[in-house]
Design a protein around this ligand. Structure first.
Ligand SMILES: CC(C)(COP(=O)(O)OP(=O)(O)OC[C@H]1O[C@@H](n2cnc3c(N)ncnc32)[C@H](O)[C@@H]1OP(=O)(O)O)[C@@H](O)C(=O)NCCC(=O)NCCS
Length: 211
């Protein structure tokens, strides 16, 4: 009898896992000002134009090439982003403004792998669009998707210790500080802050806003 019960529980866990796995895709997400849609190769020129910027890349780990090659965006999308989306189920959104959905102005890249060199999520937004609350708005939609549709409980993210803006976006969107870890950034910063983004904390923040 106990064996039968254990088998049933295992089967239920397996079915839940399979349902979640099939649900994980880069769904189109809409916010007040933005449309987040799957990154495509057509986004390469916009990504090349906006990402080839020291003010963005200095905050990133040395995994990103600098100086940024002339075909850096095309190479990244064709040989890294699209294969990860296809083969590993990574979620990679082009951030676009509703009034111009054809132009990618940033990227949110999510792969649930708990790698300390990347964290599970990376993001950037082009300089002309920074400081308007757009990344916080985009991340809120991605959190809603990951926690309430995909069903994740938590994931891990990083930022250079000196990257106050990225830290602020995290604090506003459910991050719980874990500690510091070593990670070399282009800026020369060698320490990164490590955070868990938890469903529990995101719910608290959302409920606080609604009150
Ligand atoms: C980090 C980044 C994505 C933020 O995007 P954004 O759209 O400008 O962010 P938002 O406008 O939603 O939020 C920024 C927050 O940081 C705050 N902030 C910005 N500069 C700050 C500073 N020097 N001190 C304190 N707070 C600061 C803003 O006031 C805002 O918080 P608030 O809404 O409470 O006022 C963007 O700056 C970027 O792409 N940077 C380069 C790449 C990068 O660092 N990526 C993250 C790697 S971990």
């Amino acid at each position: 009898m106990i064996d039968f019960a254990i088998t049933c529980v295992r089967f239920a866990v397996f079915v839940r896992f399979m349902l979640k796995s099939t649900m994980i895709k880069t769904s189109i997400l809409e916010t007040g000002r933005l449309i987040l849609r799957p990154l495509t190769l057509e986004d390469a020129p916009a990504v090349q134009k906006y990402f080839n910027d020291w003010e963005i890349i200095k905050n990133l780990s040395k995994v990103v090439p600098w100086p940024y090659p002339d075909d850096g965006a095309e190479d990244f999308i064709k040989n890294n982003a699209l294969p990860r989306m296809r083969e590993k189920g990574h979620l990679i959104w082009a951030i676009t403004l509703k009034e111009n959905p054809g132009e990618a102005i940033g990227i949110i890249d999510f792969g649930h792998e708990r790698s300390l060199s990347h964290g599970d999520r990376g993001f950037w937004i082009a300089r002309p669009f920074q400081g308007r609350g757009l990344m916080s708005e985009a991340i809120a939609a991605v959190n809603d998707y990951l926690f309430f549709e995909v069903g994740l409980e938590k994931f891990t993210v990083l930022n250079a210790k000196s990257n106050i803006t990225s830290r602020r976006v995290k604090e506003k969107t459910g991050a719980v500080f874990i500690g510091l870890t070593e990670l070399e950034h282009h800026s020369g910063e060698t320490e990164a802050e490590l955070w868990d983004i938890t469903r529990e904390n995101w719910e608290k923040i959302k409920n606080g806003r609604d009150e």
